[in-house]
Design a protein around this ligand. Structure first.
Ligand SMILES: [Zn+2]
Length: 127
């Protein structure tokens, strides 16, 4: 009865590493943060940022919906046509999660599907 308890084996090592990789994956903004950024007053600030040499394209080419910086206007416009961007617009059409909605979903009052809001790719100033 001196059998020691086996703690993990080599097979498990790989799985652990994968989990770690997922955890340390680059953090991006949450959708509710982006909804906040889409408010006209916030959007204006984000699209007219001061030159920041730490950022790609000096922070001058920003996609509001994906919270990403692009190196130049061409890359940004190309990005608007990509699947990633279109998928993001779709996700953003649903209003941010609210407490009210949580209560409705929990059966307190009748459930009303989240209102769809109109999301458009930001207007580009071509001048
Ligand atoms: Zn985008």
């Amino acid at each position: 009865m001196t059998r020691s308890k086996q703690i993990g084996n080599h097979k498990n090592d790989k799985k652990k590493n994968i989990a770690k990789l997922w955890k340390t994956k680059r953090r991006v903004k949450d959708l509710d943060q982006i909804h906040h950024d889409l408010q006209p007053e916030n959007a204006k600030l984000l699209l007219n940022q001061e030159i920041d040499y730490q950022l790609p394209g000096n922070g001058q080419h920003y996609c509001l919906h994906c919270a990403r910086y692009f190196v130049d206007l061409k890359t940004l416009k190309e990005h608007f046509k990509t699947k990633v961007h279109k998928r993001r617009l779709k996700q953003l059409k649903e209003e941010p999660y609210t407490q009210e909605e949580a209560e409705r979903a929990a059966g307190m009052g009748s459930y009303i599907a989240p209102k769809l809001i109109k999301i458009e790719t930001q207007k580009m100033d071509m001048s």
